[in-house]
Design a protein around this ligand. Structure first.
Ligand SMILES: Nc1ncnc2c1ncn2[C@@H]1O[C@H](COP(=O)(O)OP(=O)(O)OP(=O)(O)O)[C@@H](O)[C@H]1O
Ligand SMILES: [Mg+2]
Length: 386
């Protein structure tokens, strides 16, 4: 039993190595996969099926974790496992292979240039080659890589690669959750790479020049990524997110986080001067206080966006950010898109990851943006199997 569990884990880790684009041939097994995005606020589940030319949503679930802030990791794990089990029974989902993804503290992504090696050579020397770039103990991470392109720099043949290092204990913890719910983990990916799949589907071929910057604003973490011509060039996670807003509101109003979360959802941020005037005239303390608290958090987030954009622009000529797309549950914060567009001087939109999926009418408007990663995971399998 323990042995088969370990084997399942190892297989899933191998699948992770394959989950970086273009290595789809490593996947063997049934075609269908349930995407399970385990967030700190809610678990998002999606099952898509290719039916002729259409992608059909077969099942979906938004399962709030609801554990108290002081809940132990074991209690949280049990809550997630139980809600996943209940979901599978309620929806009659028979597919047991699961795709999931990591971000935040669990994983690090680095873009590294190596001397040109074959894939096998790099595989063999990966730990040694990668060690200088990975800020964790190399023995405590699972490494994966993808070769982006081959270049010549200063007369030397090199290759641009994406290195992914996932912390083994956190990967294991995720696999335990999936296995506890009765799944067979098949893919462990990175949140931002899952979003890249959605981007490919929604990309307007007539869109103007410039890269697309994604901000997947969840509860604990915001996944920031920059996608240029379909390829993710920058991936960074910042810990300024929905929970930061809730905490700022709780502090301003000296209230419980649950109440602050509610206020955040009601009021959002005020961008229209006339609306602000009215709130002032009415003495609407709540609207003004919430707006101010979210505005402060947004300012910090904008600072991080500037840092990443500056880094991206410094990496090559003729670079520009053409647009920003917000996803994650916090993308729904009232007027946050307009506020960020004003601050960053770039058009900002909110992602609807179901826009190209049939049968998604049942997913309420207010939950859609939080499904970016889940839909991306569900797509990865479809694409890899094509
Ligand atoms: N209408 C809304 N307005 C503002 N915030 C909202 C709204 N709806 C949800 N949120 C916030 O979105 C966050 C949850 O988003 P999401 O489901 O993407 O997070 P998560 O994936 O569980 O978290 P993470 O990936 O960071 O661990 C919470 O902070 C929640 O308060
Ligand atoms: Mg998330």
């Amino acid at each position: 039993m323990a042995e088969s569990k370990t084997k399942a884990k190892t297989d899933a880790l191998k699948a992770r190595l394959g989950a970086l684009k273009g290595l789809g041939e490593l996947f063997l097994g049934p075609r269908d996969v349930v995407a399970v995005d385990v967030g700190s606020y809610a678990v998002k589940v999606a099952l898509l099926k290719q039916e002729g030319p259409f992608l059909q949503l077969k099942a979906w679930g938004h399962l709030p974790i609801g554990a108290k802030a002081e809940a132990s990791p074991d209690e949280r794990r049990a809550a997630v496992v139980n809600s996943l089990r209940a979901f599978l029974i309620e929806k009659g989902v028979k597919v047991r292979e699961a795709a999931t993804s990591l971000s935040g503290n669990a994983v690090i992504v680095r873009y590294v240039k190596f001397p040109r090696l074959t894939r096998t050579e790099l595989q063999a020397t990966l730990a040694t080659e990668a060690e200088p770039f990975i800020p964790f103990d190399i023995n405590e991470v699972q490494l994966g890589f993808h070769i982006l392109s081959e270049i010549v720099e200063e007369g030397q043949k090199k290759m641009e690669t994406v290195l992914v290092a996932a912390k083994k204990d956190l990967v294991s913890a995720r696999l335990d959750v999936l296995q506890g719910a009765g799944f067979t983990p098949a893919i462990v990916d990175v949140d931002s790479f899952a979003l890249e799949n959605v981007h490919e589907k929604i990309r307007d071929p007539k869109e103007g020049p410039g890269a697309t910057l994604y901000l997947n604003i969840g509860h604990m973490v915001t996944n920031l990524s920059i996608i240029e011509n379909g390829v993710t060039r920058v991936v960074r996670d910042v810990f300024i997110s929905g929970q930061t807003m809730t905490k700022a509101i709780a502090k301003a109003f000296q209230c419980e986080p649950a109440k602050a979360d509610e206020l955040k959802k009601i009021f959002g941020v005020i961008v229209d001067p006339a609306e602000k005037e009215k709130a002032l005239a009415d003495g609407n303390r709540e609207a003004l206080g919430v707006s101010q608290a979210i505005g402060q958090v947004a300012r910090d987030l904008v600072g991080e966006v500037h840092r990443s954009v500056d880094f991206y622009l410094s990496q090559g000529p003729d670079r520009a950010i053409g647009r920003i797309v917000l996803s994650g549950g916090s993308a729904r914060t009232k007027n946050l898109d307009k506020h960020l567009a004003g601050e960053l001087k770039v058009p900002v939109s909110v992602l609807d990851p179901f826009s190209f999926v049939r049968g998604a009418e049942t997913v309420p408007e207010e939950l859609r943006s939080s499904f970016g990663v889940a839909v991306g995971l569900a797509l990865r399998r479809n694409r890899d199997w094509e």
